[in-house]
Design a protein around this ligand. Structure first.
Ligand code: IPM
Ligand code: MN
Length: 366
């Protein structure tokens, strides 16, 4: 038996349903830690609207320091109608962008899987969507989100879409390396028929491919066409490599495939501390009711555990999610006609019980 490891996790619950889904997921992760011989030491800090209200900043200095010293950061969601009229640099979203930049997490991995049990919940035809497994690799700390000048005057405003060769090379590296562990196909998405920055993107991706990953299949699509192809033939895609803005849009599109935005996790990685967060937003309309789907947070937790090297716990957590869905447990976003939905905490408890059964099979075998 190895001696027990303790990891320092900074939890940033944020706004809306963020606190409920992070709490539910961390409870399950801590339980798995006890079964697998590690401890998650969790410290909560403020971000987004909650931080704005308490401190006047959406990403206060004490949160910054805590995140820098963590083994991983686990985030819920930010934003809500209360802060719609706040000026741009003090909106809750600005806190999330500042956090990403602060941690240098340039690679955002968003896996979109359609669990077999959910093919009938998809807005696409079940036979069209069944078996979809796409990984969106979105550049996260550059592009038009961060380019300068970015400014607004009374009757004119502008943003700048900018990428350097270095920024494109490092995200392309991540996408090709991920592809090697999956279906060995990368589709790079740009708008090279119009934008100079996309022409550089395409040239650099082509060069990284030729120099280092000739064994991986590569194709290029314009973003408008990519949106259409993704809907028409989702199962043909393996890894999608794209920039910050296009990745933001395409990942919400792909998030509809399994029938609810409440299912999709993400990991944002750089060279040091990783950030793990559900793709969904803060869903203020259902906040505080214990009805939100915790699966996106749970699967983000599995990505966090993998990044810590706790792959047994991560695998059992994923198994727990699949088993709970297979058994028919559904939160309100996925509930089928006439069937009563389970709550956030009930769903997490189901996942925990299937996940721990897998780890200690003797306990459930007579
Ligand atoms: C996301 C979100 C964020 C983004 C917002 C909240 C700033 O939509 O993580 O996809 O645009 O990156
Ligand atoms: Mn988004």
């Amino acid at each position: 038996m190895r001696t027990s490891t303790t990891y320092q996790i900074i939890c940033l619950p944020g706004d809306g349903i963020g606190p409920a889904v992070t709490r539910a997921a961390l409870d399950v992760m801590q339980e798995l830690g006890r079964a697998c011989g590690f401890r998650l030491d969790v410290d909560e800090h403020r971000i987004g609207g909650a931080a704005l209200d308490a401190t006047g900043s959406p990403f206060p200095a004490e949160t910054q320091t805590a995140c820098t010293n963590a083994d991983a950061v686990f985030l819920g969601a930010v934003g809500g109608p209360e802060w719609d009229d706040t000026p741009g640099d003090r909106r809750p979203e600005a806190g999330l962008l500042a956090l990403r930049k602060h941690l240098g997490v340039y690679a955002n991995l968003r896996p979109v899987v359609v669990p077999e049990a959910l093919a009938d919940a998809s807005p696409l035809r079940p036979e069209q969507v069944a078996g979809t497994g796409v990984l969106i690799v979105r550049e996260l700390t550059g592009g038009i989100y961060f380019g300068t000048p970015a400014e607004r005057a009374a009757s004119e405003a502008r943003n700048t879409m900018r990428y350097t060769r270095h920024e494109i090379e490092r995200i392309a590296d991540i996408a090709f390396a991920q592809a090697r562990q999956r279906g060995s196909r990368v589709t790079s998405v740009d708008k090279a028929n119009v934008l100079e920055v996309s022409q550089l993107w395409r040239d650099v991706v082509t060069a990284v491919h030729a120099d280092e990953y000739p064994d991986v299949a590569l194709d290029h699509l314009y973003v408008d066409n990519a949106a259409m192809q993704l809907v028409q033939r989702p199962t043909d895609f393996d890894v999608i490599l794209t920039s910050n803005l296009f990745g933001d849009i395409l990942s919400d599109l792909a998030a509809t495939f399994p029938g609810s935005l409440g299912l999709l996790p993400s990991a944002s990685l750089g060279s040091d501390v990783g950030l793990f967060e559900p793709v969904h937003g803060s869903a203020p309309d259902i906040a505080g009711q214990n009805v939100a789907n915790p699966i996106a947070a749970l699967l983000s937790g599995a990505m966090l555990l993998d990044a810590l090297g706790e792959s047994d716990a991560a695998a059992s957590l994923r198994h727990g999610v699949d088993a709970a869905l297979d058994a028919g447990h559904r939160t309100a976003d996925l509930a089928r006609n006439g069937e009563p939905p389970v709550s956030t905490t009930e769903m997490a408890a189901h996942v925990a019980s299937y996940a721990t059964d897998k780890l200690t099979p003797s306990a459930s075998v007579p």
